[in-house]
Design a binder for this molecule. Structure first.
Ligand code: GAP
Length: 508
């Protein structure tokens, strides 16, 4: 029997497991934590690196049409003027003057409570999967308290950016439940500012990058001039990004310091961009499935044309069923030639490329698949977290918690156990195999406690394979026991078979 905790409890359980087993800690915890920042512990950093390395291997090294880049976090501030971030990269926020809490206006929902055609109050609720239910219950309470007879009209929630000025004083703050304390929506700049050089005036202002993409556009010319790239081709980058999010929340889903894996894929302006966009969407879905996300948990959110930025031809977000609901994981946007044209205009440098096939010169268009490392890690944890029941050493059925990570990204690939720790011949043989495996993969040696307990400890951190050295290994044919984490099935294999199997599973 396999089960997932209820969606409410699931996030709590994942956060608890991550803390307990050293995957993720709140940043600056000894000082009370720092909202929107997280640190990755010994297992977390392995998982994170494996996700990045697998992405890099599949998107850059195993393709001949994508080049890699590692640009700086702080770049010339004019880059952010050209890209539109200095003027436009902001979120609408609303403050509650009484509680001093701050909300993103597009995540704060409200509705009038109308009974028999008369508005008798307002309800408000912060975005969550149950928001409709919560709002309906609050509306029924208002009707009951007002002792109003008649039919309660359906509650139609709108986000706060759609509220009218006369409604600001009528909408209750979700913090206090009372109207009158919410401000009008105001734009809140998301870029972190810093100062570069000895001067502390405006001329020294620079920004921590809010996306890695602009580093790619800023280096596009360098790569075209120095590489052997031919249209269509891509430039990929993995790196930190920073956003002063108004409401960082849902663990590492929305944080203020995070990492992105982005590709700018340059195509001819005459190319069939719709087909290429579709191909990228499929490539991205296949990759997520290859690292262990269930296909049925991934859906596509196609942005309606009237909601697209003026320069954008199309955007599809890959959505994933996170513990807090279905949310964006990977954005795949067709951005036309907007970014390169802006940099051409602001830098005065030509961004044209000569297309060897069509013999034309043009500024290419771009398709941009943009994925967050931390969000991928949360998706992977969500998909992997499982509670099932298995028999223990004595045959009694027990509940166990396990992380069903794909071997490709599992932090520890295999654990090596001597059956007994007080038998030097078993220990020696197990140590020798451990050292051999360690040259290839991150494996773990554990000799302490009953074998069943050792298995459980590894199951909980998602180690896919357990390798036990027993008396048959040393007295008979040299084979070892290979245990599968998910099925608990065991089989005997030779050392050669073991290496071949692990190679296929981990590096395949
Ligand atoms: N260059 C395009 C771009 O940055 P985005 O939709 O703002 O687009 C792309 O971000 C991806 O980066 C998102 O799909 C998400 O995976 C990740 N991301 C964005 N903001 C994030 C945050 N505050 N915390 C964690 N991940 C974030």
């Amino acid at each position: 029997m396999t089960a997932k905790a209820s969606s409410d409890g699931l996030m709590e359980e994942i956060v608890g497991l991550c803390k307990r087993r050293g995957f993720i800690f709140p940043s600056s915890e000894i000082y009370g934590g720092y909202n929107g920042f997280y640190d990755y512990g010994p297992l977390g950093v392995e998982l994170r690196n494996n996700i990045k390395q697998t992405w890099w291997r599949d998107m850059v090294q195993r393709r001949d049409d994508i080049e890699g880049l590692d640009s700086t976090i702080i770049m010339h501030p004019d880059i952010w003027k050209a890209s539109g971030h200095v003027d436009g990269f902001s979120d609408p926020m609303v403050d509650c003057r009484e509680s001093k809490l701050r909300y993103r206006a597009d995540q704060l929902f409200f509705a009038p409570v109308i009974v028999a055609g008369e508005t008798i109050g307002y309800v408000s609720v912060v975005e969550c999967p149950e928001q409709q239910e919560i709002a309906e219950k609050a509306a029924a309470d208002i009707k009951r308290k007002a002792a109003k007879q008649g039919t309660l009209e359906p509650i139609v929630l709108k986000d706060y950016t759609e509220s009218k000025p006369e409604e600001y004083v009528l909408i209750p703050s979700p913090a206090t439940g009372k109207p009158g304390s919410l401000t009008a929506p105001r734009e809140f700049k998301l870029m972190f500012e810093t100062k570069v050089g000895p001067l502390a005036d405006e001329s020294a202002v620079a920004y921590l990058r809010p996306e890695t993409a602009q580093g790619i556009f800023a280096n596009y010319k360098n790569i075209v001039d120095t590489g052997r790239v031919k249209i269509p081709f891509g430039i990929a980058q993995i790196g930190k990004a920073f956003r002063n999010e108004i409401t960082p929340r849902n663990f590492i889903f929305r944080s203020r310091e995070f990492e992105q894996m982005e590709i700018e894929f340059f195509i001819s302006p005459n190319a069939d961009w719709k087909t290429l966009h579709r191909e990228w969407i499929d490539t991205c879905i296949d990759w997520l499935v290859s690292i262990g996300l269930p296909r049925e948990g991934i859906t596509e959110d196609i942005h309606p044309e009237d909601k697209l930025a003026f320069y954008s031809q199309a955007t599809t977000d890959l959505m994933f069923q996170f513990p807090h609901g279905e949310q964006e994981l990977w954005g795949i946007a067709c951005r036309g030639d907007y970014d390169l044209m802006q940099h051409q205009k602001h830098s005065g440098k030509s961004m044209t490329i000569f297309d060897e096939t069509s013999k034309e010169k043009y500024v290419p268009h771009v398709i941009e698949p943009s994925l967050g490392v931390d969000r991928t890690l949360l998706a992977v944890l969500t998909a992997a977290y499982t509670i099932d029941e298995v028999p223990n050493d004595k045959g009694k059925v027990e509940q166990r918690t396990l992380l069903k990570f794909s071997p490709k990204i599992a932090p520890v690939k295999a654990a090596i156990f001597p059956l007994l720790k007080n038998k030097p011949e078993l220990v020696e043989r197990a140590q020798a195999l451990y050292k051999k495996l360690l040259r290839r993969w991150n494996v773990f040696y554990d000799a302490s406690g009953a074998i069943g307990r050792r298995y459980r400890r590894q199951d909980e951190i998602g180690t896919p394979f357990g390798i036990t050295i027993d008396f048959d290994t040393i007295e008979k044919d040299g084979t070892v026991t290979l245990r599968d984490r998910d099925t608990c099935e065991q089989r005997r294999v030779t050392e050669n078979e073991l290496f071949q199997f692990l190679e296929e599973q981990i590096d395949g």
